[in-house]
Design a protein around this ligand. Structure first.
Ligand code: NAD
Length: 472
């Protein structure tokens, strides 16, 4: 039996041995070596978790705003106490570079932001003569991907609990170590049994039970568009409320009046965020055709000096390994596809970095001579692969930006804020960042096939509530 065996899931306030018996190997993506195993939950475990959340619902949904704020504070402090363990797990299990380890702090922010939202949220409103109560929707299933496990768990859980819902959390099997540390932390906050439950297992095993279960009222899912569609189909039988945070192919529009050096610094940061494994990654860099040569020269210089690929423990590393060999192969196959379709590699390429014979590494790669109908400009690659696409004028930039099945995020860089704002208002996306602007409380989610509904702040909270009108 390997030393690091995670053989417990969390149901009804207790760490219990799963009914499921499958053992899944956990890898260190930097070396490819097996670092442990996790015993996965199965359908019976999902049933037990849902039953526990259902039992806990009447008491939790009757809690006051103050009681929920108090619980969120305890969860926040308990999570904060394990930050260093989580940072280490993100490096070892995910390959996240240490220089990005501040990202782990976002789990504390997730609880803090929901406390702020809850303090001012109007649970009772007026519509004409009617009183409208915003009531908890019921038991929520929270399903997340592997690319930011702890943050997604904390954000979705904070929102569900703030609404008065109880939760069944289904993380990715590839994030079992991070999930285990976080669950221990959240358990220490001492919430009532069953208010949240954690079943780590395969989506194809647990998904059908969760997606079809009559006692689940809401699914909040972050993951691929393909799985989002499966959930929507399976959940239709019981008409569940859905929040789906799916894929993206976000444009970074660099306007001709921007400071090119600054704009490209921002565009590359947006493109290579989280080693390119980010739904919001700005993977299509749109530049005015007259500026192409300058842009490509700057990009090459910046990628070669600022985006070093390597050991995530090295503070100089900006691009760590991909999460799995399968993911690295997938990214390399897209680079091959780009070359086959006639795009030109400006920097990077499909070969494994010479100095990194082990681990799941790919080279940060930027393509030029890309047209927006090529596969590398249309499909989400989920790795450090960017495309540079030229536009003639502002109208064409907007047209190319919107010519995609996705609509999650966009980035605009300009020296003229009023112009950037005008362009932002024409983009079919849920969020636009102008010159790197950011606000965590703003609603997050996608147009088109990037999803349904919104997360964060009051918009996120409403996703877990049903209005109930009382007419006296
Ligand atoms: P995925 O869709 O393969 O898996 C996501 C989660 O869904 C996992 O926990 C998985 O086990 C589970 N799952 C799989 N099949 C299921 C089913 N039939 N029913 C229910 N659950 C099921 O995604 P991934 O590979 O883990 O993550 C990468 C994807 O996530 C990318 O497409 C990325 O864009 C997306 N993502 C989106 C956002 C966002 O907020 N929009 C954020 C991060 C990642």
């Amino acid at each position: 039996m390997p030393k690091n065996l995670i053989n417990k899931i969390y149901i009804d306030g207790e760490f219990v041995t799963p009914h499921g018996t499958e053992l899944f190997d956990l890898h260190n993506p930097s070396t490819g070596q097996v670092i442990g195993q996790v015993r996965l939950a199965d359908e019976a475990d999902a049933e037990a978790a849902i039953a526990a959340a259902k039992r806990a619902l009447p008491a939790w949904s009757a809690t006051s705003r103050e009681e929920r704020i108090d619980a969120l504070r305890r969860l926040r402090d308990a999570a904060a106490a394990r930050l260093e363990d989580l940072r280490e797990a993100v490096v070892v299990e995910y390959g996240g570079p240490v220089r990005n380890s501040y990202l782990v702090d976002s789990i504390v922010g997730a609880f803090g932001d929901m406390i702020k939202t809850l303090e001012n949220f109007e649970f009772t409103r007026q519509a004409g003569n009617a009183i409208v109560e915003m009531a908890p929707i019921g038991v929520a299933a929270l399903i997340m991907p592997w690319n930011s496990d702890a943050f997604f768990i904390c954000d979705k859980l904070a929102t569900a609990l703030a609404a008065g819902c109880t939760a069944v959390i289904k993380p990715s099997e590839m994030s079992a170590t991070q999930t285990q540390i976080l669950t221990e932390a959240l358990h220490a906050a001492g919430l009532p049994n069953g208010v949240f439950n954690v079943v780590t297992g395969r989506g194809e095993v647990l998904g059908p039970t969760i997606n079809r279960h009559p006692d689940i009222a809401k699914i909040s899912f972050t993951g691929s568009t393909e799985v989002g569609k499966t959930i929507m189909r399976e959940a239709s039988g019981t008409l569940k409320s859905l929040t789906l945070e799916l894929g993206g192919k976000s444009p970074s529009i660099i306007l001709d009046d921007s400071d090119l050096e600054e704009a490209l610094t921002g565009a590359l940061r947006a493109g290579f965020v989280n080693s390119g494994q980010a739904c919001v990654a700005g993977t299509r860099i749109l530049v005015q055709e007259n500026h192409l040569d300058d842009v490509l020269a700057l990009i090459t210089k910046k990628v070669e000096t600022d985006y070093l690929v390597g050991d995530p423990r090295d503070p100089a590393t900006a691009i760590g390994p991909m999460v799995s060999e399968r993911q690295a192969e997938r990214v390399r196959s897209y680079i091959h596809r780009g070359i086959e379709e006639g795009a030109r590699v400006v920097v990077g390429g499909p070969d494994r970095p010479d100095e990194l014979p082990d681990g799941y590494y790919v080279r940060p790669t930027v393509f030029a001579d890309v047209s927006n109908d090529m596969t590398i400009a249309r499909e989400e690659i989920f790795g450090p692969v960017l495309t540079v696409i030229t536009y003639r004028d502002e109208d064409q930039a907007v047209e190319i930006a919107n010519d995609t099945t996705f609509g999650l995020h966009a980035y605009v860089f300009s020296g003229d804020l009023a112009r950037a704002r005008r362009i932002a208002s024409r983009l079919e996306v849920g969020r636009v960042s102008v010159n790197g602007g950011f606000e965590q409380l703003s609603p997050f989610g996608g147009f088109k096939q990037s999803g349904l509904g919104r997360e964060y702040g009051s918009f996120g909270l409403e996703g877990f509530l049903e209005p109930r009108s009382i007419m006296l």
